[in-house]
Write a protein that binds this ligand. Structure first.
Ligand code: CA
Length: 332
């Protein structure tokens, strides 16, 4: 049957449209298949094999990001955050993205996109931001146990957060809630710690030592500042407050200390004319950790009240009160 002219034209137009459509699809497919697809690599110092980075609040993490594509680059994003946009037709770029660390965990998976809306993803990084500020000292104000007015609790081995390292006969330590007449020896809450020494020849240079290991794990290049209130209740001679870390063998290793020697000594005699108690508020110890062995270890506080060695004329013992231990960390 002979095709009519009108039908022929319709047939020809249809063939032309099919061919044209095929040409467009073919062109698109050719474009997608011919050019290199996007690539992205990201690195960061201090990232471990799992991409974990622990840094202190306010510090920075520099990500080095390299991206390429066969087509012009459009942007690099992390979630909804725009990390970088490209406007000069670049097909490759290496740049640094700096993140200022905030407390908490922040995840990064960098995504590069090109003009054809093709994407590639970097590996995952998790930045653990360590917060500056107060560190909990368990029972740092000696408010446990709760005591009645005038009540006491001896044996620091039985007191929350604290333990006792050494005591000698006639020397002792206790937590006390003083009677109202003696409230000036408490600077926080209701209780304070009292460390009493009594002169015995055998106790020269010895005394009472109590300590408190916190749950704070020492990190890299950080500064700890300890504050406390001290009350010289009567004729105290020598004491040390120190910060330490606990090593792998369970031993306390000193990091820093504040020490008073001869604190009430005048011309070789204890000055009993002083009006006690004498308050020294906000005593302070600060240390920046530079000891590699301390990293990953727990930090603690130790108080030692010692008798004179050799014995001091007229020394017949002394009593120190402590309260309100406060510890802060600053990541450098
Ligand atoms: Ca207290």
């Amino acid at each position: 049957m002979k095709m009519r002219k009108r039908d022929f034209l319709l047939f020809a137009a249809t063939c032309l449209m099919i061919c044209f459509t095929s040409f467009i699809l073919s062109s698109c497919n050719d474009d997608e298949g011919s050019g290199p697809v996007p690539t992205i690599t990201a690195t960061a110092a201090n990232a471990d094999a799992n991409g974990l980075i622990a840094e202190g609040e306010g510090n920075t993490v520099d990500f080095i990001i390299t991206v390429t594509s066969g087509s012009e680059l459009t942007s690099v994003t992390n979630g909804t955050d725009l990390i970088k946009s490209f406007t000069d037709g670049e097909k490759e770029s290496t740049f640094t993205y700096t993140y200022t660390v905030a407390p908490g965990t922040k995840n990064f998976t960098f995504v590069v996109t090109d003009e054809k809306n093709r994407t590639a993803l970097s590996s995952l990084f998790s930045v653990l931001g360590l917060a500056n500020g107060p560190v909990t000292i368990p029972n740092g104000g000696f408010e446990q146990p709760v005591l009645a007015d005038g009540g006491t609790q001896d044996n620091f081995g039985l007191i929350d957060g604290w333990d006792v390292a050494t005591t000698y006969p006639a020397n002792y330590s206790l937590v006390e809630n003083p009677l109202a007449a003696n409230e000036n020896r408490v600077t926080e809450g209701s209780n304070y710690a009292s460390l009493y020494l009594y002169e015995l020849d055998a106790d020269q240079g010895k005394g009472v030592t109590i300590f408190n290991t916190t749950n704070q794990v020492i990190f890299d290049n950080e500064t700890y500042t300890l504050k406390y209130d001290l009350v010289n209740l009567y004729a105290a001679y020598e004491y040390t407050v120190s910060l330490y870390y606990v090593d792998g063998g369970g031993n306390k290793v000193e990091l820093a200390k504040k020490e008073y020697v001869d604190m009430d000594l005048v011309d070789g005699h204890i000055d009993y004319s002083l009006t006690y108690p004498v308050l020294r508020a906000d005593e302070e110890i600060s240390v920046t950790i530079s000891t590699a062995a301390a990293k990953g270890r727990k930090i603690g506080i130790q108080i030692e009240h010692r008798s004179p060695d050799p014995v001091v004329t007229d020394y017949s013992g002394g009593t120190l009160g402590f309260d309100n231990f406060r510890l802060e960390v600053q990541y450098n």
